[in-house]
Design a protein around this ligand. Structure first.
Ligand code: V47
Length: 354
């Protein structure tokens, strides 16, 4: 049976078959992914009204791809106070945000109470806001820094009001590539174990993959397959987010950047390989809004949200520093032939924007 037929029959694909998918022409591959997307969601495209908060950029780790952490190339260290973070959350809530997405660097000076207390303070001020916070990399950093287990940190996250975990810190699971791009960061096994433990608490999380740098197609597929195995066991991932590498202001030497076609192919392969993770996010911040809109026809059913402000990828060249106005976001989705559906952080539908 050829690969197209296999996918149409709903059979699972492994590493070799996923590589074959990449070799298909873009339109055939796109049509396969689109069939799957349409079966699940029709023309709906999900988004949420959210606010990204990046409370500190001081980091003890040195990831070559990162332009965000305060370093020789970005010498502007900052750490927000808990009061400042709560104020940002309050303003965003007043202007309609239902989720705060809080991701920091690994700051050894900030203290465990600062890292966890900010969530308690946000929840006390805004009991209904959804807090998506702390990547597995941050959790691993906190556990090491303060001599605690991952379980202890996860329990304290729940106690302090964290509702779900973002997918950051996954980068690329292949150990050799990982060692080259972000030596010293949480290991691949550690990243997966932290998510497993979070899912065992009945909580949901996302998973990212940073691609378009020094990795090869087989590393991307290996990454997806490791996620698929964990998802078979826990069912706790809501969404997969392939993040396109942004190249400015960092220390990673990249010889060839992915074409738009390669980005779309990666979206489509993700939709097909990850048959058990319900949502696929075309994160407009790294894909660019134009490519993210096209990705709706290559398997993606989610465009993240309005974001309001973003610092991590903006530092590396993305056009995301000021987010996107809600009206514009909704119109862009409509004009591209899809139906914008506002969702909450757990993908319950809140409003169909007609
Ligand atoms: O893990 C850092 C990435 C991630 C660069 O869960 C870069 O909904 C591209 O966690 N080029 C953090 N990416 C962001 C994150 C996230 C983002 C959006 C949605 C969700 C979600 C989670 O930012 C890191 C890293 O892979 N990153 N530098 C760069 N130069």
């Amino acid at each position: 049976m050829d690969i197209v037929e296999k996918v149409r029959n709903g059979e699972r694909v492994g590493l070799e078959e996923a590589l074959e998918l990449y070799e298909l022409d873009l339109f055939t591959l796109g049509a396969l992914a689109d069939e799957k997307r349409k079966k699940m969601y029709g023309k709906k495209t999900y988004f949420n009204i959210n606010r990204h908060i990046n409370p500190t950029n001081i980091c003890k780790d040195i990831c070559k791809f990162c332009a965000y952490s305060a370093s020789r190339k970005n010498p502007n260290p900052y750490t927000l106070t808990v009061d400042e973070i709560v104020e940002i959350a309050k303003k965003s809530w007043q202007s309609g945000a239902k989720e705060v997405h809080v991701v920091s660097a690994h700051n050894p000076e900030a203290g465990l109470e600062w890292y966890l207390g900010m969530f308690k303070a946000i929840k006390e001020a805004l009991p209904q806001i959804h807090i998506k916070a702390l990547t597995a990399a941050e959790i691993n950093f906190l556990a090491q820094e303060y001599g605690l287990s991952h379980d202890e940190i996860l329990d304290r996250m729940v106690e302090n009001g964290v509702d779900s975990m973002p997918g950051g810190g996954a980068e690329i699971f292949d150990e050799k590539v990982r060692e080259y791009i972000c030596k010293g960061k949480v290991s691949s096994a550690g990243w997966l174990e932290i998510h497993r433990k979070w899912h065992e608490r009945g909580k949901k999380s996302n998973a990212t993959m940073l691609f378009g740098h020094v990795e090869k197609r087989e590393h991307r597929i290996d990454h997806m397959l490791r996620l698929r195995s964990l998802q078979d066991e826990t069912g706790g991932f809501n969404c997969f987010i392939p993040l396109v590498y942004q190249r400015e202001n960092n220390y990673l030497k990249v010889e060839e950047f992915p074409t738009g076609q390669e980005v779309l192919k990666t979206m489509a392969v993700s939709r097909i390989v990850l048959d058990n993770i319900p949502h696929l996010k075309a994160y407009w911040v790294t894909a660019t809004i134009n490519l993210a809109l096209i990705a709706q026809e290559y398997g993606a059913d989610d465009l993240d949200g309005t974001i309001e402000r973003e610092s991590i990828q903006a530092a590396a060249g993305a056009k995301s520093a000021h987010g996107m106005a809600l009206d514009e976001f909704v119109h862009l989705i409509k004009d591209s032939g899809f139906t914008p559906v506002e969702r909450d952080s757990l993908y319950n539908e809140l409003k169909v924007w007609r």
